[in-house]
Design a protein around this ligand. Sequence first.
Ligand code: FE2
Ligand code: FE2
Length: 146
Amino acid sequence: MKLAEYIGGEHRRIEETLDALIEALHGGDATTALELFRTAWRRAEPHFQAEEQVLFPALPAGFGKLVAKMEEQHAQVREVAAELEGAGAVDFIALGRRFHALLQHHLIEEERDLIALAGRFLERPSERELIEALERYSKVNPGQSR
Ligand SMILES: [Fe+2]
Ligand SMILES: [Fe+2]
């Protein structure tokens, strides 16, 4: 398996709930949206951690700037997620849209800029080892949804 397939698979799983979330937000259904936000975040949070602990440190030094940008985007999503946890129904729709926009943008940019490039720079054996390390990390740190 290629790194792009592995990361892409995790991103699609997060996007499934993001798509449902934006629909609920458009419909003004705050109760369903809150549940979908929680599902999306239960999937995204452990994914962020695996990237920060395993993937980013394994990339060559030249990726530093790009990695810093991805970590900054993770931080922005985390911040809105924390606000959402404490938000009342009134703020929820606007904040939920922000969460959706930030996370969706991050997934696209990460795949397009970082993962595509990383796939070209990694040697075959290290690409396979990296995927195995990500799988091991996810087994030990499954988050709450698996
Ligand atoms: Fe990420
Ligand atoms: Fe990612």
